[in-house]
Design a protein around this ligand. Structure first.
Ligand code: SAH
Length: 400
């Protein structure tokens, strides 16, 4: 018997390029009706399902009591497969910043971060497992690209945040007296709320996964029950600068914000910090950015990680200001979050302050990005989806 078993072929390893299962959130309303019809159900079942998922934020078929029990199980099984399983949740900033490590159907890991502020709630989502852009200062860039996420895998991250907000389990918000940064017990919850903003600043290069990201933007922004009903103006797509994709996005007729990760005002340095610059130079990238601003009426956000003695020189501030003066742009200075083993560190605060002043002096709007989530490796560029236990930073309130 044992021998016979050994003669059988080994369990085939799952095909590496298998697609994530199809999910309601992959489909537009017409496709949903067609999918339901394939299962022999009337089209209005698709609308019922959509209302549960996108409006009531329910993905448990058992709770869909307006559907006959047999239909519930069948439609749920076919259109609401579980795509991402929360593997680990970490929180800091008094519970107002929450990072989730997700495991996909094929074992790929991605992360998302929910940040509750007094006036808004931002969900930072991943568009790819890993990233192929290889920026040397970014944690995600070190491991390369595993794969693109599907539309529904992206939407699911926002869905999870929306559900946590609706359940009132996230402290903070306008009603809370302590303000972010102080720890509040469960009784200090800010009460239920909504996700108001979505930023594609988690793992991955969104414009390298164009189709899925665009469909996810549509699903996130279409009014319920077609989508999650978040305003297009509150969605930001951040890119290393894939010029043809920026131009394509500008022609989509959307009003999402574009963020360009510039990090250097000169090609010589940017070739090193953002290797895709070797393909599309700064002048060409900014041309595309200004055309995007003209097409959408939206100010382009210029992201600039402040790296000590690498890109924080006064002359670079002046060069940056010259590139941006008079343009529809806003500069976001991000103190570098050093990745493990990195030779780089954040700029000295006084150097960063002078850098900011020099840009502001030229009339270019500039702010320093708030760096929430540093303690849980959830801040900009720290998402590496390591499953290794992380040592909590002193003073943080991480579980375990
Ligand atoms: N691939 C996209 C989106 C993901 S990164 C992009 O590059 O824009 C989101 C932002 O975090 C980018 O501006 C990125 O350059 C920045 N970032 C990456 N690593 C960082 C780090 N270690 N410290 C500070 N910002 C970082």
């Amino acid at each position: 018997m044992t021998e016979a078993i050994e003669l059988l072929p080994r369990n085939p390893r799952p095909a590496r390029r298998e697609r994530p299962p199809r999910h309601l959130a992959d489909l537009d309303p017409a496709e949903r009706r067609a999918a339901v019809a394939e299962l022999g159900q009337p089209g209005y079942r698709a609308d019922q399902l959509s209302r549960h998922y996108f409006a009531r934020l329910t993905d448990d078929p058992a709770q869909m009591t307006d559907l006959p029990a047999g239909v519930r199980a069948e439609l749920g099984g076919a259109l609401l497969p579980s795509l991402l399983t929360a593997q680990r949740e970490l929180e800091c900033d008094g519970g107002t910043t929450r990072k989730t490590l997700w495991r996909a159907f094929d074992g790929a890991f991605v992360e998302s971060v929910l940040m509750r502020y007094p006036d808004r709630v931002t969900m930072c989502v991943s568009s790819q497992a890993g990233c192929g852009m290889a920026c040397p200062f970014c944690a995600t860039g070190q491991s390369g690209l595993t794969r693109n996420l599907s539309t529904a895998e992206i939407v699911t991250q926002v869905f999870a945040g929306a559900r946590a907000m609706a359940a009132g389990v996230v402290p903070g918000g306008a009603g809370r007296s302590g303000g972010p940064g102080r720890s509040g017990g469960p009784g200090r919850s800010g009460g239920p709320g909504r996700v108001s903003n979505v930023v594609f600043m988690g793992m991955g290069e969104p414009l390298a996964n164009y189709r899925s990201v665009l469909d996810a933007v549509r699903r996130i922004t279409e009014p319920a029950p077609s989508g999650l009903g978040i305003s297009q103006r509150s969605v930001t797509v951040s890119t290393v600068g894939l010029v043809p994709a920026i131009r394509k996005l500008a022609a989509e007729g959307l009003s999402v914000r574009l963020a360009v990760s510039l990090h250097a005002p000169d090609d010589e340095l940017r070739d090193e910090l953002v290797p895709v610059n070797r393909r599309w130079k700064i002048a060409e990238l900014l041309d595309a950015a200004w055309d995007y601003a003209a097409a959408t009426g939206r100010r382009v956000s210029i992201e600039y990680a402040m790296i000590r003695d690498v890109n924080d020189h006064a002359w670079r501030a002046d060069r940056l200001a010259s590139l941006l003066a008079g343009r529809l742009a806003h500069v976001n200075l991000i103190p570098l979050n050093p990745t493990p083993g990195s030779k780089w560190t954040a700029s000295d605060p006084s150097v960063a302050a002078e850098f900011l002043d020099r840009i502001a002096a030229r009339g270019v709007p500039v702010t320093v990005r708030d760096t929430r989530g540093t303690q849980i490796d959830g801040a900009c560029g720290q998402l590496a989806a390591s499953t290794e236990p992380k040592r909590p930073a002193a003073g943080s309130n991480l579980p375990g």
